[in-house]
Design a protein around this ligand. Structure first.
Ligand SMILES: [Ca+2]
Length: 605
């Protein structure tokens, strides 16, 4: 597991990596880590929303394969963007939706690393070796938590067919990012030709650890804000792309994962929006979801999450409001960045022949870290300024001090946003993010796994702004992309046998054709689910990564057509259906390597 390194350790790491670079990668990567700074000037908050009038563009040649862009956000709930019910301003994402299709039964895997592995390989996460986070050390095949070589990434597939392949943003599917010499699962070794981003799962937006350019650790430049750096580098890669060949681009924003970090001028836009509290915002989002047709009229809003007080009884309201203002600003900045990317494609004359996907990696996150504990007063030493060399490489998660030397504060009442804070928005606002559903990131109830899916493709989608009801999952994105591009999916790669695709192409669903699929399957930390037609069987463990006999029989059964927010458990009423689906779940868990589990008790098989 990656530890937070004190800055006294940083010089050691810098020397380590400089030595490593000099001995191992001298021919291919820069030796002077100090020389690499990204130009990430703070941009205007008034980013112009691009017109999506593709008729004004130059026409690409008729048979040219389309460019493909997959945009993934981090730790955002089902209703966090405008075209899925949110009050947060996301005009650029919304315009992709209004000119493309939205799916209202699209699913991720409930967690960061598993979702990223599933998305990139077209497999269930355990099949790709990523049943848990890439920082774990399990030995079971489905949980080695290092991307399997018996799986190919979309970048590997597209590069093999002549596409240029680019990535900016969060990776989080390589085990060895700090201590050893195995970079075989870093982006550049898994098919990407250009990469800028972070290898680990979370970090400061002002000074993210494991920041990498291609294969080289780098430091953030002046006025660095990670979301803008991801956008600006994406724009740079697109501008520098030679248009003779198409490109595949994976843009993995870390917005809006904790810590709550956003430029103050962006936060100020949301002043007052959340003063009415979480109950009123949930209600408003639910009403908007129904009005938009994303949620059916017969759906009901779930009860406020367990342990969450009514807003009128909530303590520290100024702090609670501030947290959601910052969270909203983080999403707003990401949306502005997506707008800049669209404008770049448009100016280059390639928007018309580009497919853009937008989705989330898991639901809203209720992890408190220490934001549910009183702030520990700073020691005398912490009150001193401890400046940190601008050219030092940081590979941890939470730094103790900012580069300027301020101690990073956390705990209840710490007003988030600036670099010297480390705060999460908590279960209360995660419950809002996941409106109208229950549960959160980690769990396989809808709140953990339901995601928007927007597909924008001017040349291939004729009905604009429509909603599709087909069940779909991250495993389908690879199948859809190779279908769109008309390129082969390999049976072997680099001498390794490649597992067949799990997913289905969604191209037919764009035209509202049915998807031939028997069921979709989930497992994370012992939380289980299977959805077959209208029926969903789901269970949660009492404690993550501990599976007890009591958990074994904790199945809940829902009719998702009549009750899409899982409010009426029908398990008692239909025991045979429970039994049928539970048997199917176990069979599928063994086939996809979700079983055996690394945590007790071991599977009976
Ligand atoms: Ca995530």
């Amino acid at each position: 597991m990656i530890k937070s390194f004190k800055y006294s350790q940083v010089d050691f790491l810098k020397k380590y990596f400089t030595l490593f670079i000099a001995t191992s990668f001298a021919s291919s990567i820069a030796m002077n880590v100090n020389a690499q700074f990204l130009n990430t000037h703070t941009r205007s908050s008034n980013t112009t929303t691009p017109s999506l009038n593709t008729k004004t563009q130059s026409s690409p040649s008729k048979n040219k394969k389309p460019n493909i862009i997959v945009i993934l956000s981090d730790d955002m709930g089902f209703s966090d963007i405008g075209c899925y019910g949110s009050e947060i301003n996301t005009p650029n994402i919304d315009r992709l939706a209004m000119n493309g299709v939205r799916f209202n039964h699209f699913y991720n895997t409930a967690r960061c690393s598993p979702s990223r592995a599933s998305l990139l390989t077209g497999l269930y996460p355990h099949q790709a070796g990523m049943g848990h986070l890439s920082t774990e050390n399990y030995t079971e095949e489905g949980y080695v938590d290092d991307l399997s070589k018996n799986a190919v990434t979309m970048a590997e597939v597209f590069k093999s067919s002549g596409y240029a392949t680019y990535m900016t943003g969060k990776w989080h599917i390589a085990k060895d990012i700090v201590n050893q010499n195995d970079r075989s699962n870093w982006p550049m070794q898994r098919g990407f030709q250009r990469y800028f981003g972070t290898l680990n799962g979370s970090g400061s937006f002002y000074d993210p650890g494991t920041l990498v350019s291609n294969n080289t650790y780098i430091t953030p430049g002046n006025n660095f804000y990670y979301t803008n750096a991801i956008t600006d580098t994406a724009v740079k890669f697109i501008n520098e792309h030679k248009t003779a060949n198409p490109f595949f681009f994976y843009i993995a924003y870390t917005a809006a994962h904790w810590p709550l970090h956003a430029p103050e001028k962006e936060v100020q836009k949301y002043k007052g929006v959340y003063d009415k509290g979480w109950d009123a915002i949930r209600e408003a989002r639910f009403n908007k979801l129904q009005k938009l047709g994303i949620i059916s009229k017969q759906a009901v809003l779930t009860e406020r999450g367990v342990s969450i007080p009514a807003w009128e009884n909530a303590p520290m309201k100024d702090w609670q409001v501030r947290k959601m203002e910052v969270y909203a600003a983080m999403i707003d900045v990401m949306d502005q960045g997506i707008g800049k990317i669209i404008t770049t494609l448009e100016k280059k004359g390639i928007l018309d022949n580009t497919v853009i996907f937008y989705m989330h990696d898991n639901g809203g996150c209720a992890e408190p870290l220490d934001s549910d504990q009183p702030e520990i007063p700073m020691t005398a030493e912490q009150q001193q300024i401890h400046p940190y060399a601008k050219d030092s490489i940081f590979v941890g998660k939470k730094p103790n001090y900012t580069r300027e030397g301020q101690f990073i504060r956390s705990g209840m009442g710490v007003m988030p946003g600036p670099a010297n804070t480390w705060v999460t928005y908590g279960i209360e606002w995660a419950n809002v993010s996941n409106t109208p559903f229950k549960m959160y990131k980690h769990w396989t109830h809808e709140g953990g796994i339901a995601s928007p899916l927007i597909v924008y493709w001017p040349k291939g989608i004729t009905q604009k702004g429509v909603i599709r009801n087909q069940d779909a999952h991250l495993i389908d994105i690879m199948a859809t992309c190779v279908d769109i591009a008309g390129i082969p999916y390999p049976t072997t790669y680099n001498g390794h046998t490649i597992q067949p695709l799990e997913g289905k192409s969604l191209v037919g669903a764009f035209k509202n054709l049915p998807l031939k699929r028997d069921f979709i399957f989930w497992e994370h930390e012992g939380n289980r689910a299977i959805k077959a037609g209208a029926w969903k069987l789901v269970s949660k463990t009492e404690k993550n990564k501990v599976f007890t006999d009591k958990d074994q029989n904790a199945w809940e059964l829902y009719n998702m057509e009549k009750d899409p927010s899982e409010t009426k458990d029908l398990a008692q009423q239909f025991p045979l259906k429970v039994k049928e689906l539970a048997i199917l779940w176990e069979k599928e868990a063994i086939r996809t390597k979700a079983l055996p589990w690394p945590w007790a008790p071991k599977t009976k098989k």
